[in-house]
Design a protein around this ligand. Structure first.
Ligand SMILES: [Zn+2]
Length: 84
């Protein structure tokens, strides 16, 4: 489990606790956005691999929240995430 003062922590327990995730390629949450940022590490996330952006990871069913594979493994136990 990452340290209590891990730099990726930004109060996510307020909205990410106990959610169910699915592994999938990124799809835009809104048509006007061309990219998004992962929760936790804030890396860029895009529909295509541009500028080294990751384009696959773990998302909630409504595609509102995205967690990259590395952060998913690091935080899944602590946040009690389910994998669908
Ligand atoms: Zn990450």
């Amino acid at each position: 489990m990452p340290d209590k003062d891990d730099w990726r922590r930004q109060g996510q327990e307020a909205y990410l606790l106990g959610l169910t995730f699915q592994r999938k390629p990124y799809t835009k949450y809104r048509e006007s956005w061309d990219h998004d940022h992962w929760d936790f590490c804030g890396q860029k996330l895009a529909e295509f691999a541009v500028d080294g952006a990751l384009h696959e990871g773990y998302a909630t069913e409504d595609n509102d929240r995205w967690v990259c594979p590395e952060c998913f493994e690091d935080f899944r136990g602590e946040f009690k995430w389910q994998l669908q």
